[in-house]
Design a protein around this ligand. Structure first.
Ligand SMILES: Nc1nc2c(ncn2[C@@H]2O[C@H](COP(=O)(O)OP(=O)(O)OP(=O)(O)O)[C@@H](O)[C@H]2O)c(=O)[nH]1
Ligand SMILES: [Ca+2]
Length: 827
């Protein structure tokens, strides 16, 4: 893995103007360098690395600190980790680090170096010094208003007790900080400075004092440093104390509800209720007592909490900053809520004022007539959860807890665990997302409802006609071909001498007149894109003729040449062979039929399935002994969009929030497939998949969402590689397998890894992060089961990494000691 190298001439240090132009040059160089050579992920400990060979300090650095800085040694490398930019020497010793606030790192980094070419990128300047060889850190300052913020972070972190500073930043000891005053201690001093930590990580002198709010996220989250000085039980106890002790609790006046700060007893009522706002942070909130809806001031509803709590002021119409002229309990609702109400078929014209009760029943104000229950329908619950709107918890009338019972205060864990992890399943048409979706339903023990079975049955019956139409079209073509041949070679054996009808010739591909008109009609219907309007509605009516037609020798003759019928999916055989059985009224699709049926229900584009892995009884013996370690109630929601929805761009993506992972599905066997576009042009499907993948990765909605790539149809891929070299796809032109003819399995394996790496490099070049890859054979249950275990592992890991990230050194994320899920999963 060769790093990208770039020579940049020595840069002048003279004045600010010079500096600015030089830095633009430097930016340009970087920019040029990036797209061409995707930065290579450094597996050891870094997410991302760029090597820039140049002499002198980074161009933006010297000017603001004046010319007094000694000229630093030759810098050779820049490493981007999640939150700092490391400048290293040839020997990889870290010489300098640009320390940044991790939350905004990417944005700032991009601003600084213009990776994504923002129009007016502010150029960084430097506010601290670059010392000698073992130099410390310096901050990069962007705009004046950010100066203070950045300055306050990114200081050299020395131990507040022994004063030991990190000289070799790369190797430097981690520090643990006090959650009150922020003083940091090294490993040797930590216990001396903090004692037994009865209130968590506080210096002895800070015990009893309220925490610095900036540290609230850290509460109860252990760092590696702490874990290395205390044993497991101690850590547990300290973390529990830190989370639960009174001194660390939020103070009542820090919480403002409907404009009114809370009093001690209000806070007790709020936190002691059956369904409190979990993870309550200081801030301003609105609360609708009647329905229990709760949100941040000026924002859409965030959750339901217990209703009828006597806390805070009066709910204002403007509480959530809505502008829809539709009101719920006096609050003007937001656009998103209005959309959900409409989707749930609640009539709401302008100036409608609803009264919504705790149980979800609603009426129009002043009418005294309950119109229904907003949350009653499963569909509206689903819609809400898709739009990240809250739905009321199942039992709103549980026993009321004693409000003074403070032990109930720490965030109810069941709520935390009950959080739904949303997985978005996407892929190019034909990649297998439907099959995977259905397989997941089977794996996680989901029964299809009678309605769904009915829908699937109809879908299969409709598909019969679609497949039939493909065969009929082929038949016409073969028939014409036979006639042409016939006229060229004179009467042939294929021509039947007695079958002449109205002077027409016949071939083995010719069908009866009666079938002919049906065939013409069906092909017309398909041609104008009306199949869905006629079928399945007309399926029963046309089933008899379809049956007969299928048995017809001409059709059977055509079907023998199915390899030439490109639009005929391989499942067509599976269904067409049983056309008679399937077209019957009594037909009930088997599990296999459901799996093989193209499409899912509902077929309007969006399908959602919720599952909790613990319900899942392992299907193969191999896993029965390794019991799942996930918290029992982790819920997942698999959301699949039909590729047909792509045509209107990705507008709809913006409506969704909070996906935990994007699962992108690619059909490995697409490498030699072409697809036709509306304008008649053809393109390779693998390339089309890649382009779709790329546009999703670049989509702002998924900026922080990990991607898992499922390389599907491994079975078909293995077979195909025997016949068609991978290199027919231009993206894979440089694939050169090692001893390719020795063993077909190893060839497929090599090709799989090769493709996985192609995608990984692409992904990393865009995001600087790692792509997780797994292979599947969607028709095979075990393979999908494995893949979803892997996906859950990736999510758990990502979650863990985020937690670590919040509290600790950036290094910890990339430390080689961490156990990553393997990057490319294999069976
Ligand atoms: N051989 C093989 N075929 C597969 C595999 N996965 C899916 N298929 C088939 O590929 C075809 C397309 O799969 P679908 O599940 O319909 O995928 P999709 O096109 O993404 O989903 P829709 O947009 O709903 O059609 C179907 O005929 C599947 O049975 C696989 O792993 N191996
Ligand atoms: Ca399909």
């Amino acid at each position: 893995m060769a790093d990208q190298e770039l020579k940049i001439q020595e840069l002048s240090e003279s004045n600010a103007a010079d500096c600015a132009t030089e830095s633009t040059k430097w930016e340009e160089h970087l920019r040029k360098m990036l797209p061409a050579g995707a930065p290579v992920p450094d597996e050891d400990h870094l997410d991302y690395s760029i090597t820039v060979e140049y002499q002198g300090p980074p161009p933006c650095l010297p000017s603001s600190t004046g010319s007094s800085i000694p000229k630093p040694p030759k810098f050779t490398s820049l490493y981007k980790t999640q939150k700092s930019l490391l400048i290293t020497q040839k020997n990889r010793k870290v010489v300098s680090r640009i320390q940044l606030d991790h939350d905004s790192f990417d944005e700032k980094y991009e601003k600084l170096f213009s990776f994504s070419t923002p129009s007016n990128s502010p150029v960084g300047s430097c506010d601290s010094k670059v010392e000698d060889e073992k130099c410390g850190e310096f901050s990069v300052v962007f705009d004046n208003d950010e100066v203070d913020e950045v300055r306050s972070r990114g200081k050299v972190r020395e131990c507040s007790r022994c004063g030991g500073g990190g000289r070799m930043i790369w190797r430097r000891e981690r520090r643990e900080g006090c959650i009150v005053c922020g003083r940091e201690y090294c490993r040797n001093c930590l216990l001396k400075a903090m004692g037994s930590m009865p209130e968590g990580r506080k210096c002895v002198g800070c015990i009893g004092k309220p925490i610095d709010e900036a540290n609230r996220e850290r509460l109860g989250k252990c760092s590696r440093m702490l874990a290395s000085v205390c044993n497991h039980l101690e850590v547990k106890q300290i973390m529990k104390a830190e989370k639960e002790c009174l001194a660390n609790w939020i103070r009542p006046e820090q919480v403002v509800i409907n404009g009114k700060p809370l009093r001690e007893e209000d806070l007790a009522e709020l936190l002691g209720c059956v369904n409190p706002p979990c993870n309550l942070r200081p801030g301003r909130y609105w609360y609708d007592k009647d329905s229990g809806l709760w949100g941040k001031e000026g924002e859409k509803p965030d959750r339901f909490i217990s209703a009828n709590l006597n806390v805070g002021g009066k709910l204002l119409a403007s509480a959530s900053n809505g502008n829809t002229k539709v009101y719920i309990n006096g609050r003007e609702i937001t656009k998103l809520e209005l959309r959900v109400l409409k989707l749930a078929n609640v009539e709401c014209s302008r100036d409608t004022r609803f009264w919504v009760y705790e149980d979800g029943s609603y009426e129009e104000e002043g009418q005294n007539n309950i119109k229904g229950n907003i949350w009653g329908k499963a569909s509206s619950r689903l819609i809400c959860s898709l739009f990240s709107l809250p739905v009321p918890p199942g039992n709103a009338h549980g026993p009321k807890k004693d409000p003074t019972n403070f032990s109930a205060r720490p965030v109810p864990e069941h709520l935390e665990q009950g959080k739904v992890q949303k997985l978005l399943l996407l892929g190019l048409e034909g990649s297998g997302t439907s099959t995977i979706f259905k397989q997941v339903r089977f794996i996680y023990g989901n029964k299809f409802t009678a309605q769904e079975l009915q829908d699937i049955k109809l879908m299969i019956q409709r598909n019969i006609f679609r497949f039939l139409s493909v065969v009929l079209e082929g038949r016409e073509y073969f028939e014409d071909e036979a006639f042409l041949e016939g006229s060229a070679h004179g009467p042939s054996t294929e021509m039947s001498s007695q079958g002449l009808l109205d002077g027409q010739k016949q071939s083995v591909y010719s069908i009866k007149q009666r079938f002919r008109s049906f065939s013409d009609w069906l092909l017309d219907v398909v041609a104008i894109g009306d199949l869905d309007t006629f079928f399945p509605a007309a399926a029963r009516e046309y089933a008899p003729i379809a049956n007969e037609l299928w048995k017809d020798p001409a059709i059977q003759e055509t079907y023998k040449r199915r390899e030439e019928l490109h639009c005929l999916p391989d499942v067509a055989k599976f269904f067409l062979d049983r056309a008679i059985e399937i077209s019957s009224n009594e037909y009930e699709p088997s599990e296999e039929d459901i799996l093989y049926a193209e499409g899912v229900t509902p077929n309007n584009g969006l399908a959602i399935f919720e599952f909790s892995p613990v319900d899942h009884i392992p299907i193969s013996e191999t896993y029965s002994d390794s019991l799942e370690v996930h918290p029992p109630s982790t819920k997942y929601q698999l959301i699949r969009f039909s590729s047909k929805g792509w045509s209107d761009g990705y507008k709809w993506l913006e409506m969704f929030e909070g996906f935990r992972a994007v699962v992108f599905c690619v059909s490995l066997s697409d490498y030699d497939q072409v697809q036709a576009h509306d304008n008649g042009s053809l393109s390779n499907k693998m390339l089309a998949s890649r382009d779709l993948f790329e546009s999703l990765v670049r989509h702002p909605s998924f900026e922080d969402t990990p991607f898992v790539l499922l390389l599907n149809k491994y079975d078909a891929f293995e077979e195909k590689l025997n016949l068609v070299p991978l290199t027919v796809c231009e993206w894979f032109a440089d694939f050169s397998p090692f001893r390719p003819h020795h063993n077909i399995q190893s060839l497929a394996n090599q090709a799989y890894f090769y493709i996985a790496v192609k995608y990984k490099v692409l992904y990393t070049s865009i995001t600087g992060k790692k792509l997780f890859v797994s292979q599947t054979r969607a028709r095979d249950r075990t393979s999908v089961d494995e893949a979803f275990k892997y996906i859950r592992e990736v999510i758990n890991w990502d979650e863990e990494a985020r937690n670590m990230f919040l509290i600790n050194d950036n290094d910890s994320l990339y430390s080689p000691e961490r156990s990553f899920p393997p990057n490319i999963r294999q069976d």
